[in-house]
Design a protein around this ligand. Structure first.
Ligand SMILES: Nc1ncnc2c1ncn2[C@@H]1O[C@H](COP(=O)(O)OP(=O)(O)OP(=O)(O)O)[C@@H](O)[C@H]1O
Length: 249
């Protein structure tokens, strides 16, 4: 089962042009999918629709092959959503926060508490379980967000620009965690950082102006790069070619 936007039309206000117009997109059912695109392409809107935090004007957002639509509680139980800004709390420790989210998603209190401890361990935060979330670094907080997804057995994980603003070390740690998580649960992650593609992405979706310009395996994306692009620049080159930024077409 995977998430599907089925001919979705969405606009933030009735009187302005839709951001997405009869847009169909299926989140791959396994591995890590990177969602790329320039500012305003519609990535966050796509994510918010998939997360069920906004509703389409027409069309459906659902688990394909099931009747589970994004407006249902059951749907949201199965989807983990990490927005650009992970909420923090002065009152709650990392473990309390993860347990609280797991409880909101339907785990009972004791299971939520147990699973929060295990999930924080999985994302490398075993030492930080008692720290208030407001005291955690940006990278640690994003790993707390992943722990929330693990603690309630999400079927799909949606991450909106999780590597933005992280220092190189935090990025590396985050990517390692992500690689492990994506081996078991499909992850859709939006990013502006082309380096996020390097070795860990299975699929790349490139969108612009509410349309998908490319969707396929990472290698097929990189194949668009100019022949003379050095390996470290192949992703940037492919992006420029597909976005027609290089004047080649
Ligand atoms: N809350 C909002 N109210 C009105 N318009 C919005 C709102 N949020 C986004 N938009 C508009 O919707 C379009 C798509 O924005 P969206 O945030 O989905 O793009 P994005 O690809 O995520 O961009 P970025 O990379 O800058 O985050 C843009 O034209 C944007 O101005």
């Amino acid at each position: 089962m995977t998430l599907l936007l089925d001919r979705v039309t969405f606009s933030y206000h009735r009187w302005i042009r839709p951001v997405l117009n009869r847009f169909t997109y299926e989140v791959p059912g396994e591995g890590l999918t990177i969602l790329l695109g320039p500012n305003g392409a519609g990535k966050s809107t796509t994510m918010a629709l998939l997360a069920g935090t906004v509703e389409p004007r027409s069309g459906k957002v659902l688990f394909s092959g099931s009747g589970l639509v994004s407006t249902s509680r059951e749907y949201r139980r199965h989807v983990a959503w990490l927005p650009q800004r992970v909420p923090t709390s002065r009152q709650l420790s990392a473990r309390e926060y993860v347990a609280y989210v797991a409880w909101l998603k339907g785990e009972n209190r004791s299971a939520a508490w147990e699973r929060a401890g295990t999930a924080l361990d999985q994302v490398g935060l075993a030492e930080q379980t008692g720290r208030k979330t407001a005291k955690l670094s940006g990278g640690q907080l994003r790993r707390v967000g992943i722990a929330c997804a693990l603690a309630h057995d999400a079927r799909v994980i949606l991450l909106d620009e999780p590597t933005a603003g992280l220092d190189p070390h935090q990025r590396t740690v985050f990517r390692e965690v992500l690689r492990e998580v994506a081996a078991k649960t499909p992850v859709l992650m939006s990013t502006h950082d082309i380096a996020d593609l390097a070795d860990e992405a299975d699929t790349v979706t490139l969108m612009d102006s509410g349309r998908v310009l490319h969707h396929g395996g990472t290698q097929s994306f990189l194949d668009h790069a100019h022949d003379d692009a050095v390996p470290a620049r192949r992703a940037e080159s492919a992006y420029s070619v597909l976005m027609r930024l290089d004047g080649s077409r």
